[in-house]
Design a protein around this ligand. Structure first.
Ligand SMILES: Nc1ncnc2c1ncn2[C@@H]1O[C@H](COP(=O)(O)OP(=O)(O)OP(=O)(O)O)[C@@H](O)[C@H]1O
Length: 291
């Protein structure tokens, strides 16, 4: 199903956290949500998986506003894998954790049927956690637990996957494997990723948040321009597609100084110029961080 976020505003403790945020994830597409710390990525995800009601705006999954759907119907559509959803799982096996993904599909009696067993078994296999199936979930490594949480989400058979830093605990091979796995699901996905290289590998499109607003959105190469990387992330970098088809980002050795604007002109900490550069003045190389 398609996800549409339309003119979303979120306020927390009277502070505006998201302002006029709109984005779209097409059926089966993977869109990466990126941005500096505190830019509002997790807050946006919370409105999408219906844990935080927006002050204004609409979140539509398929044809329905998720905030108008009954909670159980909304839960059947969207599965979220969050940074710290491990919770206290001591005493539950991996299979039991994955089976929790079936809860939104159960009737009043809450009994597992053949379809539930099949969905759980299939998710366990797809995520490669069969070797741990009978282990206590709490005894797994961080990376193993991440895969189990993804298996729980897939067991739910969702129409929309919402992922918050899923690859955090994973080694590099496991990251690539997980990215392949997410791609193979074919499920519409909105994923928060801090690692821009991984975002470029996984995603069809990116949405860049800065201070609660959308700074840019579109195909990876169009979005991750040197100006945007300097402006939003404060780094000198360039992005290109290599001969193997993979988009990679090359970063300068150091971040931009905080008191230099993206063109290398001195500025105040709030980004306003310290002095108006004369017309046509070249960017000061001295003011730039070394490449
Ligand atoms: N209850 C609250 N009251 C006021 N501000 C809040 C509240 N909860 C979160 N915030 C602020 O909202 C902003 C956005 O937070 P959010 O967690 O969505 O950012 P993020 O982009 O996911 O950050 P990170 O990359 O560090 O995980 C932050 O500045 C945070 O301090």
């Amino acid at each position: 199903m398609k996800l549409i976020v339309d003119r979303l505003h979120v306020t927390l403790d009277r502070n505006p956290i998201l302002r006029d945020v709109s984005l779209e994830v097409g059926q089966g597409d993977i869109v990466g949500l990126v941005g500096p710390n505190g830019s509002g990525k997790s807050t946006l995800l919370r409105t999408v998986y219906r844990s935080l009601r927006p002050a204004a705006g609409v979140v539509r999954v398929g044809d329905d506003d998720v905030w108008e759907l009954p909670p159980r119907a909304a839960a059947r559509r969207t599965a979220a894998v969050l940074q710290d959803t491990g919770g206290n799982t001591t005493g539950l096996t991996v299979t039991q954790i994955v089976a929790l993904g079936r809860a939104p599909h159960h009737g009043l009696l809450g009994r597992d049927g053949a379809e539930d067993h099949e969905a759980v078994s299939d998710a366990i296999d797809r995520c490669g956690v069969r070797p741990f199936a009978d282990r206590d979930h709490a005894s797994l490594s961080g990376g193993e637990r991440q895969r189990v949480l993804l298996a729980r989400a897939l067991a739910q058979n969702p129409k929309l996957l919402v992922l918050d830093e899923l690859t955090n605990h994973l080694d590099i091979r496991a990251r690539f494997e997980l990215l392949d796995l997410i791609r193979a699901t074919g499920v519409t996905t909105l994923a928060v990723l801090h690692d821009l290289d991984l975002a470029a590998r996984l995603c069809d499109h990116l949405v860049v948040l800065r201070a609660g607003t959308v700074a840019a959105a579109g195909p990876v190469l169009k979005v991750l321009t040197p100006d945007l990387l300097a402006d939003v992330f404060g780094v000198h970098a360039h992005t290109e597609r290599h001969a193997d088809g993979v988009i990679r980002i090359t970063y300068a050795a150091r971040p931009l100084a905080r008191d230099v604007d993206p063109r290398g002109h001195p500025c105040r900490r709030d980004g306003t110029p310290a002095a108006i550069p004369p017309p046509g003045a070249p960017a000061s190389d001295q003011a730039r961080s070394p490449k």
